[in-house]
Design a protein around this ligand. Structure first.
Ligand SMILES: O[C@H]1[C@H](O)[C@@H](O)[C@H](O)[C@@H](O)[C@H]1O
Ligand SMILES: [Fe+2]
Ligand SMILES: [Fe+2]
Length: 302
């Protein structure tokens, strides 16, 4: 039988269709690029970051106060209050500008303004070719520090690493001895291994110390079209005892594995971009306002 002759025109159509499919495949693959290892931090000296033993008194005093005051009682009360009010109505960019006055007392690695830190994080993610939603996660991840301007009790209930309350304070938390004066460390229930929790109940059922992660997660979960991985990056980025030190495996379950992957993928950009060159907010503003418009309503209830 003679081979059918394919008309040149039909051939072109087929090869266009194949190109189209490949392009689509490319996008799908690109959307998985977020969990691949980061490249931007290859030349960073990681031993220079998070050196808490050598940290200045500002940092040490901060954690002493935080570790004494983050009790179960406080955490229940603050969550109750959170639900009662809307603290402000403004756009994401306005929030970024508003936050700019805060200098984070818990941070041994940077004293730059928050707008700088947010843009440095987002830019590191962008340079590494990660998806837009992850750049946005970088851009907003610390916006929860706005709490400080909304009547927090200090910085101890806003910034710093997070940990689980309601069970024994993990010795994987920095300055573990400073929990001595936290009344929960002598409580007959809260001071036990599992405390108020069931084994492997999952992080959704665990109370993390209140601060900017938890607050921003609550604000954004119903006011953005960010994927779950971005919300995990926001919620757990300060939970170093878990995502870096591997604590709390007796409380987590299989559902937390994806969240752990997200928190770990995000961490290098948050931490190691602190030594990057300064950014120019005015120059970057149009690009990031474009991204903000894709993922958030024009006004957010904070
Ligand atoms: O000092 C820093 C800072 O407050 C960050 O925003 C937080 O995410 C970190 O966990 C903490 O170490
Ligand atoms: Fe943070
Ligand atoms: Fe940060």
């Amino acid at each position: 039988m003679p081979m059918p002759v394919v008309d040149a025109h039909v051939f072109e159509e087929i090869s266009d269709a194949v190109d189209e499919v490949n392009k689509l495949k490319g996008t799908v693959e690109a959307s998985h690029e977020w969990d691949e290892e980061s490249h931007f931090d290859a030349d960073k000296d990681k031993t220079k970051f998070r050196q808490y033993e050598e940290a200045c008194d500002r940092v040490k005093n901060f954690y002493k106060e935080q570790h004494e005051k983050q009790t179960v009682e406080f955490n229940l009360r603050v969550r109750e209050n959170f639900k009662k009010t809307v603290r402000a109505r403004m756009s994401v960019w306005e929030a970024i500008e508003k936050l700019n006055t805060l200098v984070d007392e818990s941070d041994p690695d940077t004293t730059v303004s928050q707008i700088e830190h947010l843009l440095q994080t987002a830019e590191a993610i962008r340079r590494d070719g990660k998806p837009e939603w992850m750049q946005v996660a970088g851009l907003v991840h610390d916006l929860g520090k706005l709490l400080y301007l909304f009547g927090s009790e200090g910085q101890w209930d806003v910034v710093g690493d997070t940990f689980v309350v309601g069970c024994k304070f993990s010795d994987k938390i920095i300055y573990p001895d400073t929990f001595e004066n936290n009344p929960d460390s002598r409580d007959p229930v809260y001071s036990t291994e599992y405390g108020v929790y069931q084994p492997n109940c999952g992080l959704d059922n665990v109370m993390l110390s209140w601060g900017h992660d938890e607050y921003l997660y609550c604000v954004l979960k119903n006011q953005s079209s960010l994927p779950e991985a971005a919300l995990h990056m926001i919620r757990y980025h300060s939970f170093y005892p878990w995502h870096r030190e591997g604590a709390y495996s007796h409380l987590t379950n299989a559902n937390d594995e994806k969240a752990l992957e997200a928190a770990r993928a995000f961490n290098p950009y948050d931490l190691y971009s602190k030594s990057d060159d300064p950014v120019d907010p005015e120059k970057l503003k149009p690009y990031y306002q474009g991204l903000i418009a894709k993922f958030f309503p024009p006004v957010i209830e904070w």
